[in-house]
Design a protein around this ligand. Structure first.
Ligand SMILES: CC(C)(COP(=O)(O)OP(=O)(O)OC[C@H]1O[C@@H](n2cnc3c(N)ncnc32)[C@H](O)[C@@H]1OP(=O)(O)O)[C@@H](O)C(=O)NCCC(=O)NCCS
Length: 180
């Protein structure tokens, strides 16, 4: 599924279109962008279109494009949703590096949590980051995610085995924080 339009202060989240595909391909060509994520190989045009098509039809995924100053700069989503148990895994990629460091990820994670906990019955969002991805760590913490564990030497990057830090945001904590 694609997510509905959500207006933020710095961006709008909206469903992707086929016109976004060339930008999406560029994001994954950049090794600085993919340094801390699982997708480390660029996709072909056909594979990228197929991914978008599959995502649009998958009832267990909600995906948005992040549009900043009128252009697509990245994507975010709630993936691997388990509706029965009420949780999903969140992820964000800002592929246009000129949009980094402006507070976009922090606000994206906050608005995505607001959407999840006010428009769906999900009760927990799971996430994580590779040790060293400070911007991701800080943005997740600012949105209320708490560290719940660590997978040691989980990924191989830049010639080293790195830990993955596991994070989660519970609906109950989000609600208490909101009403405080
Ligand atoms: C990680 C990523 C999502 C951060 O997005 P962003 O919009 O640049 O982040 P923000 O501007 O909202 O910054 C979030 C926090 O990180 C800090 N920060 C930003 N860039 C930083 C950097 N290079 N090093 C350390 N801290 C940084 C900000 O100051 C802010 O901290 P604060 O809330 O304490 O002020 C973005 O860089 C990205 O998409 N990277 C490639 C893919 C990726 O790693 N995705 C995350 C996978 S878990």
């Amino acid at each position: 599924m694609f997510g509905p339009v959500i207006e933020g202060k710095l961006f709008r989240l909206r469903p992707p279109t086929r016109e976004d595909v060339p930008s999406m391909m560029r994001w994954l060509e950049d090794t600085e962008v993919t340094r801390f994520i699982n997708v480390t190989f660029p996709l072909s045009l056909e594979a990228q279109l197929e991914w978008m098509d599959k995502t649009g039809r998958d009832p267990n995924r909600i995906y948005w494009v992040i549009e900043h100053e009128g252009r697509p700069v990245g994507g975010t989503g709630i993936l691997l949703i388990d509706w029965r148990h009420g949780h999903g895994s969140t992820g964000t990629v800002i592929g246009d590096k000129t949009a980094w460091g402006k507070g976009i990820a922090r606000e994206v994670m906050q608005l995505r949590a607001h959407y999840a906990f006010t428009q769906t019955p999900l009760r927990k969002l799971k996430s994580g980051y590779v040790d060293g991805n400070e911007a991701s760590a800080r943005a997740q913490k600012a949105a209320g995610y708490k560290e719940v564990g660590r997978l040691h030497e989980e990924v191989f990057r830049d010639g080293e085995w790195k830990d993955e830090i596991l994070m989660e945001l519970m609906r109950s904590d989000w609600e208490s924080e909101r009403s405080a």
